[in-house]
Ligand binder design. Sequence first.
Ligand SMILES: *Cc1c(COP(=O)(O)O)cnc(C)c1O
Length: 381
Amino acid sequence: MEIRLFKPSIGKEELENIKDTFDTAWMGLGPKVSEFEREWTKYIGSATSVAVNSGTAALHLALAAFGFKPGAKVLVTGLTFVASATCILYNRLDPVFVDVDYETLSMSLTDMERKVTKDCVAIIVVHFAGHPAPMDKIMDFARTYKLKVIEDCAHCAGGEYLGKKLGTWSDIGCFSFEEKKAMTTGDGGMIVSHDPDLIEPLRARRWVGIDKDTWKRVAGYTKTGGADPRHWYYEVADLGYKYNMNDLAAAIGLAQLKKLDQMNCNKARLIGAYLEGIRELACVQPLLPYNLEKSSYWIFGIRCPDRDKFILHLKRSNIATGVHYLPLQQHPLFSQYHYDTPIIDEVWPSILTLPLFADMTMIELNYVVESLKQCAQNDMV
Ligand SMILES: *Cc1c(COP(=O)(O)O)cnc(C)c1O
C-alpha cells in the first residue's frame, strides 16, 4: 500500500464538463468562468466573485484592492503558507508576524493587541488547517483599530463559523483551488466580497488591465457585430496582471463545487475515525480541537514530541507525511523581519500532517493508524 498526503477527488463529472469546453473550443477566459463565478457567489453567499488562476493571485489582488500606501503594515500569522505573506510584499507593504493561539494554531488575538500600531492597515486571517478563526472577535478588533480584513480561505472552502460561511465575514475572502486543497481546478482561486465596488475593479486587473472580456467582444468581430470597425478597441488604465482563470479550469470547478459539501463531509468522517484511532496513544495528540460539525478541515495532523521518528517510520510503511508549516520567519525571504512568536517556536517542531483526502478508504486510514501505533509501541520497548 502507498498512501498520498492529499489527493483530488475527480472523475467522470469533471471529464464531462471538460468535454463541453472542448466541443465549443473556447478554453481561455470565457463563459464557463462567468458561470463558475455565479455559482460560487450563490454557494458562498457573497455579493460577487472574481475567479483567478491561483489563491496566491487572489491574495495579491485582494490586498491591492485597498490601494494602501507602500510601507504600511499588515498583521499576518507567522504559521502559514508563504503566499499568505508574499502578497504583502507584492503590494510593497510590511508584514507584522503574529503568534498563534496554542490550541487552535490560528492568529492570537492577545498577540495582535500587543503588536498592532498606528502604521497597521490590515489583517490577513488564515483559517489554519480549516479550523475557523474567531471572526466575530477579529472583526471587533479590526473595527476598533480601523483595519481592513482579508480572510485567506485556502484551507477551508465551504466551512462555516457561527452559521456563516468563511470568507464572507470580512472585507474580502480568498480561496485556492490548487490540486491539494478542499476542491480543485488544477490551479485556481476566487476572490469574494459583500462589497462589489471593492472587488469589481479586480476583474480588469486579473486580465492585464483590460476592462472588457475578449470573449464578450468576439461576437462583434464578425457579422453580428454590425458596422462597427472598432470592435477590437480596448484601453488599459490600470496596471493589471495575467491572473485570469480559464474555461477549462472553470469547467472542472463547476463539477467540483457540486461535490464540495460531500467531500468536506467525508473528511469529517475520516477525522472522526483518526481521533478514535489515536485516542489511546499517550505520546500523540490531535493537532487541533477538531469540531466536525459543518466543518471543512484540510489537514488532519498530530502533535508528537519525536516527530522525525514518526516521519521515518511512516515513510518505511509507504505513508506520506508533511509539516505545515516551517514558521514564516525562518524563511530567508523574511529574515529582515523580527517579531517574537514564542508559541509558534514551541509548537511547530512537534506538528505533523497525516494523509487526508475525500476518497481515502477506511482500509487506508486504519493502515496509517496501525503504523502510528507500531511506532509508538517501539518507543516503549
Ligand atoms: C495553498 C495556499 C495559498 C495559495 O494558494 P495557491 O492556489 O496555491 O496559489 C494561500 N494561502 C494558504 C494558507 C495556502 O495554503
